[in-house]
Design a protein around this ligand. Structure first.
Ligand code: CP
Length: 298
């Protein structure tokens, strides 16, 4: 049992993860967490702050030990292959959390490893635990997901968080509006696949207008995935969420962002009550603890 793509999950499994995460949230409050035994290996071939540290923190809070693979200081540098690396680490752990710049790397790791694999992001493809914590956050703050107007704003083409999230929003019956710079829209095939699977229709707009939004979900322009850095800088300027935009929205609007944020949300917005992205990042703990528990307990 692995967690590689949000596409592999059905609603029952997602609800089960939310139930486990809610239990764990209560256990964390009481400082009395049910413990597991074993070792988690974290293998991050791409930079990360939240995903890596929250997986490590989650594992330790569950009583697991953590071994960390550092790609730059490993035998990859001597030419060892990815699959030989995974097969080797598989012998040293009971569960793996990994991130890799290549799409499909987590799936390949899951095929060669016996230990369950948790995908912490593979290229521009999927980031399933991010979507789980995003949905968990919306449900916790708004009490529901169905029927909410959720605006997805930013570089929807390259953001793997968005590629997983549209599935989750469709699964839970949200109304989705997409606002992306020209050329950075969500790929047509992803739109069609999500719409067909969950029998809903996503709206596209050219400009940001938050009048009807319940949730504003922003993602950064993924400069590292652009060949032309000048083009990236240009679109970054056009898609900045100013405090003025927020003031024109509903009073109970919430702003989410998978983070890291760069210039797309100016620091003045952080102090507004609508800004929930650091709370969202904290929800990574109960949700990732729930995922680890589910995989380890089968
Ligand atoms: N949201 C997220 O994936 O953050 P990191 O890149 O810091 O892990």
């Amino acid at each position: 049992m692995d967690l590689i793509s949000f596409r592999d999950l059905d609603k029952g499994t997602v609800e089960k993860i939310f139930g486990l995460a809610e239990d764990i949230d209560r256990q964390l409050e009481r400082k009395k967490v049910d413990k597991l035994e074993g070792i988690m290996a974290t293998l991050f071939f791409e930079p990360s702050t939240r995903t890596k540290l929250s997986f490590q923190s989650s594992a330790e809070r569950l009583g697991l030990q953590v071994v960390d693979f550092l790609a730059d200081r490993s035998s990859l540098k001597k030419g060892e292959s990815f699959t030989d690396t995974i097969k080797t680490v598989d012998g040293y752990c009971d569960v793996m959390a990994m991130r890799h710049p290549a799409e499909g790397a987590a799936r390949l790791a899951a095929e060669v490893a016996e230990a369950p694999v948790l995908n912490g992001g593979d290229g521009a493809n999927q980031h399933p635990t991010q979507t789980l914590l995003d949905l968990y956050t919306i449900r916790k703050l708004k009490g529901k997901i169905a029927g909410l107007n959720i605006h997805l704003v930013g570089d929807l083409k390259h953001a793997r968080t968005m590629h997983s999230l549209v599935y989750g929003l469709g699964m839970f019956g949200a109304k989705v509006t997409m606002v992306a710079p020209k050329g950075l829209e969500l790929e047509e095939h992803m739109v069609h696949e999500a719409e067909k699977r969950f029998n809903f229709k996503m709206e596209s707009r050219d400009s940001i207008d938050l009048k009807d939004a319940d949730v504003l979900y922003v993602c950064r322009v993924q400069e590292e995935r652009f060949i032309d850095k000048y083009e990236a800088a240009k679109v970054k300027k056009e898609f900045t969420i100013s405090a003025d935009y927020i003031r024109k929205g509903k009073k109970d609007l919430i702003i989410m962002h998978p983070l890291p944020k760069i210039d797309e949300i100016p620091p003045e917005v952080d102090a507004m009550p609508q800004a929930k992205y650091f709370e969202q990042a904290r929800n990574g703990i109960p949700v990732r603890m729930a995922c680890i528990k589910m995989l380890l307990e089968g």
